[in-house]
Design a binder for this molecule. Sequence first.
Ligand code: AMP
Ligand code: MG
Length: 406
Amino acid sequence: MPELIPTYAEAASVVEEHAKILLNNKPAAEQAPLLASLHRVLAEPILADRDQPPFPRSTRDGFACRASDISVARPLRIIGQLKAGDTWRGAPLASGEAIEIMTGAPVPTGADCVVMVEHIKTAEGGLIIDPGRSLDPGENIVPSGAEAKSGSTIVPVGTRLAASHIAAAAACGYASVRVYARPRVAILATGDELVPVDHTPLTHQIRNSNSYSLAAQITLTGAQPVILPVAPDDETEIESAIGSASGCDLLLLSGGVSMGKYDFVEQALLTLGAEFIFTGAKIQPGRPVVFGKLPQQYFFGLPGNPVSTMVTFLLFAQPLIAALSGETSSPRFALARLAHNVSVKPGLTRFLPASVDFKIDAPEATIIPWQGSGDLASTASANGFAVIPSNVEQLAAGDIVSILLV
Ligand code: AMP
Ligand code: MG
């Protein structure tokens, strides 16, 4: 019976289903000082502790007055001044009066608009608004509670906190926030040819770069990488190395999942009771990628070629790590115009290293010439991967492609 290899979309949706299952069991939560919570996932909502804004706020430097007074061709009497941090203590503003007001100050009772300072003249009789200019009630004022009502959710649970969320939390008085624990992700590189980064390799040896690329990618997802010692291409040794990852929430293996005589990773996983969810996907790079579940945790067997390892991490491991962190997240794509023609063999969804100029009007992608998925230098100059759908053979300069963002 021919083996059924999923397409990219099928493999991605299988990972998504398992991510959803994981999300039913929320991770442990802990309190983190506000700034230390940046990039962590929120475990309790951030609530407005009072109406936002807490008072009708002037959005301009100008004069608070009544909109109905503006059409009347008589100067308004200036009765005082109000800056941010002050509150009007006089009688409510009456018809024919104006109060000079600064951005961020509370608009006094009786006023229903703010005329911008650019649109007035002050004359002997008081304030004259530029001829022909009219204002509607409410103009240049944000009413109290218009942005958020007291007690309403400003940032929901499951949000990965960005600078804007930190700002909202600070505005609502949160010196610390409740976030989910960071998952621990084990990295197990395999291969007889691998030497540590600080060793001088013999000609036929290579340095272990995948443990580092994966650790960096894991760190960027907000999880904690746990780099295990490299395992040789030996089934028993790989088994015991896998066992040493039992305390981690996810295991990422690199190498040893292809069809070579010394690719023992799948056999070792099988011996340890792994359930295989998919073995291979119709993608390039990364075709041999493996996804499954051990009794202790989920695992991915990522192909050892450095570009394959990075791409399969982004496509499949990252969404699962997000779920282990308490967040729903898919790989991120953007659209760009191709700078040149591209021709590929159809049949696999391709993720080609690309240098993308993310300029404001039309991002433009240049595919980097490469020697295939072992070409580390091509990834080093890529800031994304151009996605060529599996049924496409030719694309022309100017065609729009999706870019997998790193
Ligand atoms: P494999 O997936 O084990 O067949 O390895 C495919 C290619 O990736 C081989 O050329 C390996 O030398 C290379 N490779 C495997 N593991 C690593 C690693 N940890 N760092 C850098 N290159 C690797
Ligand atoms: Mg190998």
